[in-house]
Write a protein that binds this ligand. Structure first.
Ligand code: AP5
Ligand code: MG
Length: 214
């Protein structure tokens, strides 16, 4: 099962990804998470990516395609994978298709989660993530049991560097300009499903499993 989660920043891709990978037992590949891990570890890749991420801009295609295909070449992706936040440009989608074609593989479903702009801004600015395990919460929608503390591992919850008003707004703009055209791209491929991201976490997950199957 090869899946893509598409949708604007804050649509709930990461939140649904955690549930999808548990149910279907496939690896979660988030290019954003890979970059944040590299930033945390002070790698050269992290330093390059951070310049763009802090402004809410996309990291250059060549860099992204290389890290994504490297990850997809790992053994654990042989029986399926869930891509979250990749591809994000038509160029990236074309490169992904070439890569998969060469392996005789394809994307089964593109899950496009839609949420209006005001709600996206509320979700992004209210998000809190665990410093240690990366679990994600929201101060109003999905609050942790104890304020500022991760339910999963007990470490501290922090705000992502790009979740301030200005950067979040820019990320939504960049999505509309550079990523939204992917909807047309996958519409032509015939494997895209549109999902309302405001129906509640569990309802959205139920709608996803209906598409993907048991
Ligand atoms: P990335 O990490 O991919 O971020 P993003 O696409 O901006 O998406 P987010 O992670 O912000 O949102 P999400 O949809 O995962 O929402 P979440 O589930 O957390 O990318 C970051 C940066 O890296 C980019 O800006 C770019 O610079 C770079 N990058 C990454 N990939 C790239 C690529 N391919 N090409 C170029 N550059 C790339 O939910 C958000 C909040 O809402 C949370 O607080 C959550 O608790 C809450 N929430 C979730 N679901 C619900 C619900 N159903 N109801 C109510 N609240 C909910
Ligand atoms: Mg995410």
């Amino acid at each position: 099962m090869n899946l893509i989660l598409l949708g604007p920043p804050g649509a709930g891709k990461g939140t649904q990804a955690a549930k999808i990978i548990e149910k279907y037992n496939i690896p979660h590949i988030s290019t954003g998470d890979i970059f944040r891990e590299n930033i945390k570890n002070g790698t050269e890749l992290g330093k390059r990516a951070q310049e763009y991420m802090n402004k809410g801009q996309l990291v250059p295609d060549e860099l992204v395609v290389e890290i994504a295909t490297d990850r997809l070449n790992k053994d654990d992706c042989k029986d399926g994978f869930l891509l979250d936040g990749f591809p994000r440009t038509v160029f990236q989608a074309e490169e992904l298709d070439k890569f998969l074609e060469a392996k005789g593989a394809k994307i089964d479903h593109v899950l496009d989660i839609d949420v209006d702009r005001d709600e996206l801004m509320r979700r992004l600015t209210g998000r809190r993530v665990c410093k240690k395990c990366g679990a994600s919460f929201h101060i109003v929608n999905i609050p942790p049991k104890k304020e500022g503390i991760c339910d999963v591992c007990g470490d501290e919850l922090v705000q992502r560097a790009d979740d301030n008003e200005e950067t979040a707004a820019n990320r939504i703009e960049v999505y509309n300009k550079e990523t939204k055209p992917l909807i047309d791209y996958y519409e032509k491929a015939g494997n895209i499903h549109h999902l309302d991201g405001t129906v509640g976490l569990e309802n959205l997950f139920a709608n996803i499993t209906e598409i993907v199957g048991e």
